[in-house]
Design a protein around this ligand. Structure first.
Ligand code: HEC
Length: 310
């Protein structure tokens, strides 16, 4: 990519810019280990060059000042030799400001008076200040440079391309992240419940971390929003398959979120197991049963099948 070196130069120090997101995802970021970063010499050199440039500017300004003093001195001498009254020149900066503004001094304002008088407010025929015209010319030059660089030669990407590239980089990073931790789909039909302590522990965590308790009560006994998950009555069917599907797709119009959108299949399975484990726990003041009594029609759980499906 043509612009990559520029992007590195400008954005490299901020290791989080999208242009570097890809490399940041694969290689360690600049700030992780600045000393050993491969681009460190480049950055150090740039910094050094910037400092030298700054010093050069400072020295130049001092030199100009000295020069100004000398010029003033020699002009004073010459004026004295010719017997003319000497008017010292201002500093370069003062001269520059005068040039940039070129404002008409108060004493000469009558020369540009338009003769329009509005209750004592008089109109002057002031021209546009030169700094403004320089700026205008600058924008014209900039426009030409922009046209050439962005449109004719395409050395730098336009906004849309820049956006597309950033999206492509982000997609690539997301793809790599997904590839690094593949999501194993859960075959819901093969699921069978067993009281596996590890899964139940994880499911309990999922239940707590996603505030299932805010709608179903911390012990699953139900509250004004969500139904009791501990009884044998179900609105959307009991049994591991139905419960898994209800949690995964939710009952959005009734206020039960579709957890399959935010939780991994494993998390949905784990929390399903946890909900199954609440069966018959009969917490105090549980919500009255809702829906239909669900009776397991399957044969007794076969623990080998469960292990195979996990
Ligand atoms: C914002 C409130 C809310 C949250 C949070 C919530 N639920 Fe629900 N849930 C509901 C409502 C409301 C229903 C009943 C839907 C209906 O009436 O059809 C429900 C129904 C269910 C059912 C089916 C009950 C039945 O009788 O068929 C299960 C299972 C369930 N939720 C599990 C969960 C789990 C697990 C979580 C956390 C991951 C959770 N819910 C988080 C509101 C919520």
């Amino acid at each position: 990519m043509k612009y990559s070196s520029i992007a590195l130069l400008t954005g490299g120090l901020l290791a989080t810019t999208p242009a570097n997101a890809l490399s940041a995802a694969t290689a360690p970021g600049f700030w992780d280990d600045p000393v050993n970063h491969p681009l460190m010499p480049l950055y150090a050199l740039s910094l050094f060059a910037a400092i030298v440039a700054m010093l050069v500017v400072v020295v130049c300004i001092s030199l100009l000042r000295v020069l100004n003093v000398l010029i003033n001195l020699s002009e004073k001498e010459r004026a004295e030799k010719h017997g003319i009254a000497y008017v010292p020149r201002g500093s370069f900066w003062q001269q520059f400001v005068q040039k940039a503004n070129a404002s008409v001094p108060l004493t000469q304002e009558q020369d540009i008076d338009m003769g329009h008088d509005f209750d004592g407010i008089r109109e002057l025929d002031n021209h546009l200040p030169p700094w403004w015209k320089w700026l205008f010319a600058g924008t014209a030059v900039w426009a030409v440079a922009y046209l050439v660089v962005y449109h004719l030669y395409g050395n730098l990407p336009l906004q849309q391309e820049e956006y597309d590239q950033e999206v492509a980089v982000a997609n690539e990073v997301a793809r790599q992240r997904k590839a690094a931790q593949p999501v194993e789909e859960i075959d819901v039909n093969a699921l069978k419940y067993i009281a596996d302590a590890a899964i139940l522990e994880k499911g309990k965590g999922v239940f707590a971390n996603n505030n299932c308790g805010s709608c179903h009560r911390a012990d699953g006994g139900g509250n004004t929003i969500g139904p009791n998950l501990t009884d044998a009555y179900w609105l959307h069917g009991g049994g591991i398959q139905n419960i898994f599907n209800t949690i995964k797709t939710g009952v959005v119009e009734k206020g039960m979120p579709a957890w399959g959108k935010t939780l991994s299949p494993q998390d949905v399975r784990d929390v399903t197991f946890y909900v199954m484990s609440l069966q018959g726990s009969n917490p105090a003041d549980g919500k009255a049963p809702q829906g239909d009594l669900f009776e397991e029609t399957h044969a007794a759980p076969d623990s080998t099948a469960v292990q195979a499906s996990l």
